[in-house]
Design a protein around this ligand. Structure first.
Ligand code: PLP
Length: 341
């Protein structure tokens, strides 16, 4: 078994590593139990669990960051708690109170501090909260019981050699239906994206780009991350749609572009046949942080934004501002970081 002593912080990627303790709470007869930290990384659940057959589950992703002074930051965990509550409501699952969610995150980080990558390596401790419908069941209805758990995994800097642009390809598949579950962080959306993702990667692209499911003219998502672009006249634009996943990174960049970079920043339609309006583009999310988009292949047309090899100046400034706040080197807007140690 891998132990913390075997981890090379510089080569760490994004993969499962069993850490010491995870939080687990069980919902039965209308209430959550007290919740505990456990060493056991296996779940023993009914074969009839609704999560297994009908996809009644949702998840979250957030990171804990080691700061220069040794303290530890969580980035906007209240936003993850709120979004998980919305995902749960959409799938008829019980919600976890925000205070419980944040306290569980705190406990998991403190119980696995040895796994938190040192400051300066660019790595972080990735927290994966999730909820699944469990218990004996067969018919299509909401599960009789639920499990809420949070485990954590140390992950490396997304970019080993600095911010390198990635190329993407527009998929002919949809990731979500117009009034479906696109805005909920649920596994079903991801199961549907595995095939388009594999097709994109087989063609040498980083991932698939999904268009709006109603008209197929507007960019919605970049794989499992959100799209943003910088227009030639200096505006920050990210898609406006009810079927995209409302990313916390995306919301944070909207704020930082406006308040720190002084840009006009807004949600708007991003027409895939008008990409020439943008001088830079990127994908953003907790895992991807900010990935500069080199170019986008749409049918037989390939559009290059800033460069296929270099990051644009506005994307670079947004990246420095965001990661500076997360690692505690730049002042955070009110309430954005929570010290757990
Ligand atoms: C989680 C996720 C994102 C990014 O959300 P963040 O809160 O920024 O991590 C974007 N798109 C999809 C489809 C996602 O599942």
């Amino acid at each position: 078994m891998m132990t913390v002593k075997d981890i090379d912080w510089r080569t760490l990627g994004f993969g499962y590593i069993r850490t010491d303790l995870r939080y687990l709470s069980h919902w039965r007869e209308g209430a959550w139990d007290a919740g505990t930290l456990t060493e056991d990384n296996r779940l023993h659940i009914s074969e009839g669990s609704a999560a297994l057959h009908y996809g009644q589950q949702c998840f979250e992703g957030l990171k804990a960051y080691r700061c220069r002074d040794g303290s530890v930051n969580l980035f906007r965990p209240d936003q993850n708690a709120a979004r998980m509550a919305r995902s749960c409501a959409r799938l008829l699952m019980p919600t976890v109170p925000t205070e419980t969610f944040i306290e569980a995150c705190r406990q998991v980080v403190l119980a696995n501090l040895d796994y938190l990558p040192p400051y300066g390596t660019g790595g972080a401790l990735y927290l994966r909260p999730f909820m699944i419908g469990v218990g004996d069941n067969l018919g299509v209805h909401s599960a009789p019981e639920f499990l809420f758990s949070i485990f954590c995994v140390p992950v490396g800097a997304y970019f080993k050699g600095g911010l390198t642009p990635t190329n993407f390809v527009v998929s002919r598949y949809d990731r979500a239906a117009p009034n479906g579950t696109g805005a909920a962080k649920v596994g079903g959306n991801y199961a549907a994206s595995l095939l388009p993702g594999r097709e994109a990667k087989a063609r040498g692209f980083g991932d698939a780009i999904y268009l709006d499911p109603e008209t197929h003219t507007k960019i919605e998502e970049v794989g499992s991350a959100n799209f943003f672009g910088i227009t030639r006249d200096g505006r920050f634009v990210t898609p406006r749609s009810p079927s995209i996943l409302p990313g916390i990174t995306r919301a944070s960049l909207l704020h930082l572009a406006r308040e720190r970079l002084g840009l006009d920043a807004r949600e708007d339609d991003v027409y895939v046949d008008r990409l020439g309006e943008f001088s830079e583009a990127g994908a953003c999310g907790t895992a991807a942080v900010i990935t500069p988009i080199g170019g986008i292949q749409n049918g037989d047309h390939f559009h290059v934004f800033y460069s296929e090899t270099e990051v644009g100046p506005v994307t670079r400034r947004l990246y420095d501002e965001l990661t500076g706040i997360q690692f505690g080197d730049r002042e955070a807007p009110e309430g954005w970081t929570l010290k757990v140690q």
